[in-house]
Design a protein around this ligand. Structure first.
Ligand SMILES: NC(=O)c1ccc[n+]([C@@H]2O[C@H](COP(=O)([O-])OP(=O)(O)OC[C@H]3O[C@@H](n4cnc5c(N)ncnc54)[C@H](O)[C@@H]3O)[C@@H](O)[C@H]2O)c1
Length: 391
């Protein structure tokens, strides 16, 4: 297998800059590429500050200094120059298929023949990104979780044309990248299906959340109380603050994407439609569920609304985990749980389901009727408990 030495990071916004930092820390020569110099300078100073902080805390590997690592960093706004000597390209540009296709084609046309193109897309099929390029065997998915230096999970995704060698190189690079919070977990996603493993298993929980938001809005229940219902005791950011932080438009588009690719039952609910129509998108517009005009809100979560049953989320996730197994996206329910823990910092639903699948299946029957969402019905592999054979 080829030895990877030079990595080009194309798109150095929120994700790309963190990915570049861990690639540098692993000892690779890294070149940053984006469309504007100011964005690249921003990313380079983020990386420099990050490395200096780690140096002060004694968290750089062995005798390494920030200055030594930074010598391996280069930058350019020219994509052709960025990839000319690359062994491996990580693409973290905007989530638009036509733009990703163009960048993929141009990058692979101008890089050495062995170079792997790894897309950090969170939803687009790798097969679609590779469609217009001449070396689709070299294209894979490499899905990091935010922020890349802290979250342990990297999903490596096989597109329909990806070569075994490209996948193996992806896994090897992924496993070589340090993580500041423990060991990397780098599972292979065997089928190019929407959401891969983690986002897919968590996706239909949105159907229940949308129902809760619509209900709370209709009944005038304060958002703090809904937030208290859905936020776990150890979570660093409450769920509705996080939803505002991510952006209500992002949730809206994600719901539309899953409605197109998985089931119309994912279609955005009434309340999120209203938020988007009124421009109340969350942190970036100053209002979402909460008012952000004076900075990040600090909701008082002492009183619960009592309208959420947390077991419903677990049951929905476990049922979706069974779809993931049935479709061959991965082969073990343990991989699903481990991936969710490594990518989201909370436990996955599968282990609980191995013991409680019968009660959970009944709950899903009840809620699929109540919410009028067929997609929530328990599938056979779940109801029968046969998913437990996929260890
Ligand atoms: N933000 C997350 O939590 C998250 C998590 C996992 C995966 N992702 C995925 O990572 C990718 C990037 O997301 P982000 O949140 O970092 O976005 P971002 O908007 O912060 O950064 C994207 C960067 O790409 C640059 N860019 C756009 N077109 C380009 C081009 N043709 N060539 C070079 N650079 C270009 C932009 O200037 C910008 O700096 C997306 O595919 C997204 O779905 C995001």
């Amino acid at each position: 297998m080829r030895n990877v030495k030079n990595i080009a990071i194309v798109g150095v916004g929120q994700m790309g800059k963190g990915i570049a930092q861990v690639c540098l820390m692993a000892g690779y020569n890294v070149i940053l590429n984006d469309v504007q110099n100011t964005i690249i300078e921003n990313a380079a100073s983020y990386i420099e500050n990050g490395l200096k902080k780690l140096e002060k805390k004694g968290q750089l590997h062995g005798e390494l200094t920030a200055a030594y690592i930074l010598e391996k960093l280069d930058t350019t706004t020219n994509l052709v120059d960025a990839v000319a000597n690359a062994d491996y390209i990580i693409e973290a540009i905007v989530e638009k298929v036509e733009i990703k296709q163009k960048v993929c084609k141009k990058a692979l046309d101008n890089s050495p023949n062995h170079c792997v193109f790894a897309s950090n897309t969170s939803s687009i099929r790798i097969t679609d990104i590779a469609k217009t390029c001449s070396k689709s065997a070299n294209v894979i998915g490499m899905h990091f979780f935010n922020p890349a230096p802290l979250m342990r999970l990297i999903e490596i995704i096989a597109g329909e044309q990806s070569s075994k060698e490209a996948i193996n190189i992806g896994i090897e690079v992924g496993e070589s990248l340090p993580c500041l919070r423990g060991d990397r977990y780098v599972p292979q996603v065997l089928k190019d299906r929407p959401g891969f493993i983690v986002n897919r298993v968590l996706a239909p929980g949105r159907i229940y959340s949308e129902y809760i938001y619509d209900l709370a809005h209709k009944q005038g229940i304060p958002w703090e109380q809904v937030d208290a219902d859905i936020t776990g005791p150890k979570e660093p950011m409450s769920r509705l603050v996080l939803a505002d932080f991510v952006g209500r438009d992002v949730s809206f588009h994600t719901a539309e994407y899953y409605a197109d690719t998985l089931s119309p039952d994912f279609a955005p609910g009434e309340f999120v439609r209203k938020q988007v129509a009124e421009g109340n998108l969350g942190a970036k517009t100053g209002r979402g569920f909460y008012d952000w005009s004076k900075g990040r809100p600090k909701p008082n979560l002492s009183k619960k609304a009592g309208i959420v049953n947390p077991m419903v989320y677990t049951a929905i996730g476990a049922n979706e985990g069974c779809r993931v197994l049935e479709e061959g996206v991965c082969r073990s329910w343990k991989v699903i749980d481990e991936a969710i823990l490594a990518g989201m910092n909370f436990p996955g639903p599968m282990k609980a389901a191995t013991k409680e699948y019968r009660q959970m299946a009944k709950l899903l029957d009840k809620y699929s009727e109540k919410l009028k969402k067929q997609y929530l019905k328990p599938i056979e592999l779940f109801k029968s408990g046969n998913f437990r054979r996929y260890e």
